[in-house]
Structure formats: structure tokens, C-alpha cells
Design a protein around this ligand. Structure first.
Ligand SMILES: Nc1ncnc2c1ncn2[C@@H]1O[C@H](COP(=O)(O)OP(=O)(O)OP(=O)(O)O)[C@@H](O)[C@H]1O
Length: 270
């Protein structure tokens, strides 16, 4: 079993790692005192943030304020100069690149603005890839990928390559690819930024609906108020600091827990 797997919070609903009943507001990721500079540019200047199991958290803020940097540090893509990120009892920021890579592959999912699908592969093969990387046998991986595509209303497009689909369809393939491994946290960086408003709405409905149906958490960066409206909680980054929204305030956590508990597969805005 890889360190990434041992880092996972218990996947059985209702228990924590020690087997005790978990409250609906269990913190699954906790960041403290994050600082990161790129040369003279201080992208993060002391960020504290908690992510609760089952919550959809929007990170908003002006261009260049540090949103993507924060998301990449939380997801173990970047290592901060100071501060720590804890996930399920593992200090992500202490792991080496190989262990962080395993963690990303097994525990996290990623959706980016421009889907970043492999252009020469069909939708089905694109969604199958992460499962093959985690060691899932090919036949099982293909079946799971087909299910994920069907869930996003893409069954009839499975054989198409990304260039043969609309932007919205391709982005939904990217969502299926991010969800097919069953991530506990999905990190989405402007996932609808390249889409027109109708396609963006459809993609967000699919994304939030699928995340809630799985009881996963999502951290979503967005400039768009309509996208942020799907979140349970919103924090704002300015000049590398959180200016609105604390680590995971009681009121917002309770709201997120309520939403997670009562969530259906419908993913409409608040
Ligand atoms: N790899 C890098 N090298 C140098 N500077 C960087 C790098 N990545 C980010 N920065 C700088 O760090 C600051 C924060 O960037 P970041 O991408 O996190 O902002 P953002 O809020 O996500 O912006 P946007 O909304 O425009 O995507 C910016 O000043 C940016 O220019």
C-alpha cells in the first residue's frame, strides 16, 4: 500500500480514521501559515485554510492574487517556502515528489480551464488513463470509464477525440476523467472559464452534482460569481492573503455540513 493510500481518511461513510463516528464537519485538509514566493513576488503571505469533508469551497480574488498558487500548494503540486498542509493525518508538505505524486493520483482529482485532454485519444481512452495509472486492470478501467462518461451524459461521444466535440462536451470529459478514480478532493481551476454561459452552467451542474453524489470535497477557483454561487463557502484571496473567509469558520462549516448531508445529485447554485 502506498503512503498515499494510508493517508486517506476512512472511505467508509460515518467513521473517521480511528473508526469513531465522524461528525458531518470533519476537516479533511488543513493548511497553516502558507508562504510562497516566486523570486521577488510573494504569491502567498500567510494563508490558513481548512477544507471540510463534503464541502464545495470557492476561492475567488483578483488576477494575480495567488489563487492558483494556493490551489497548487493544497494539492501538493507546489511546496511552500513555509507553512504546512495536512491531509488525513499526513503532512503533505513533508512528502517527497514521488509520494506527493501518488497522493495526487490516488486521492485528488483535477479539472483545469482548458480540459487538457490528450488530443489523440478518444474520450473513453482519456477517462481510462488515470485508472490504468493506478493499476486498475484494463477491462475494469474501461467499464468504469464508460460509467463515468454516461454519468456526464457523454455515452454517445465515447469514441470521439476532443477535437470532434464541443468545448462543453470536452470539459465534461475532463470532469469524468477527474472523477473516475473516486478522488476525495477535486481541485478545479477555472473549470468553466473557456465555456459560454450555457455550457458553463451545464458543466457546473454536472461537476457539482457528481462531487456531491460521491460525498467528495471540491476546491474551485473562479472569477465568475455564478460559478461561485454553487459553493457552500467562499474565500477571497488578495495579495497572497485570505481577506474574506477564515480557515473554516463554524457557521460556514455547519452550512457546508448541512448541504453535504442533504445534498442530492442536483448541483444547482445556492
Ligand atoms: N511559476 C511562476 N513564476 C513566477 N511568478 C509566478 C509563477 N506563478 C505565479 N507567479 C506569480 O505569483 C502571483 C500569484 O499568481 P497566481 O497564478 O497564483 O494568481 P491567480 O490569482 O491565480 O491569478 P489569475 O486569476 O490571473 O490566474 C502572480 O504575481 C504571478 O505572476
Amino acid at each position: 500500500m502506498s503512503p498515499a493510500r494510508t493517508a486517506s481518511p476512512d472511505r467508509a461513510a460515518g467513521t473517521d480514521q480511528a473508526g469513531a463516528p465522524s461528525s458531518a464537519s470533519t476537516t479533511i485538509m488543513s493548511a497553516r501559515g502558507l508562504h510562497l514566493a516566486f523570486g521577488q513576488t510573494k504569491a502567498l503571505r500567510g494563508v490558513d485554510l481548512d477544507i471540510t469533508a463534503g464541502e464545495v469551497l470557492a476561492i475567488t480574488g483578483p488576477s494575480g492574487s495567488g489563487k492558483s498558487t494556493l490551489l497548487h500548494v493544497l494539492a501538493g503540486v507546489l511546496v511552500p517556502d513555509a507553512g504546512s498542509v495536512d491531509y488525513g493525518g499526513t503532512t503533505v508538505t513533508d512528502l517527497d515528489e514521488a509520494a506527493r505524486s501518488r497522493l495526487r493520483l490516488h486521492e485528488f482529482g483535477f479539472v483545469f480551464q482548458f480540459g487538457q485532454l490528450l488530443p489523440d485519444l478518444s474520450a473513453l481512452d482519456n477517462v481510462t488513463v488515470p485508472l490504468l495509472l493506478t493499476g486498475t486492470p484494463r477491462r475494469k478501467a474501461l467499464a468504469a470509464a464508460r460509467d463515468a462518461l454516461a454519468e456526464l451524459d457523454l455515452a454517445e461521444h465515447a469514441a470521439k477525440r476532443p477535437t470532434q466535440m464541443s468545448g462543453g462536451q470536452a470539459q465534461r470529459v475532463a470532469i469524468a476523467r477527474a472523477l473516475v478514480t473516486g478522488p476525495r478532493i477535486l481541485f478545479a481551476d477555472e473549470p468553466t472559464g473557456s465555456l459560454d454561459s450555457l455550457a458553463a452552467e451545464r458543466a457546473m451542474e454536472a461537476l457539482v452534482g457528481s462531487v456531491r453524489a460521491r460525498g467528495a470535497s471540491m476546491v474551485i477557483i473562479t472569477h465568475d460569481a455564478r460559478t461561485a454561487a454553487y459553493a457552500d463557502r467562499e474565500v477571497t484571496v488578495r495579495d497572497g492573503r485570505l481577506t474574506i473567509g477564515g480557515p473554516g469558520g463554524a457557521a460556514s462549516t455547519a452550512a457546508a455540513a448541512t448541504t453535504a448531508t442533504t445534498a442530492t445529485t442536483a448541483g444547482g447554485p445556492r
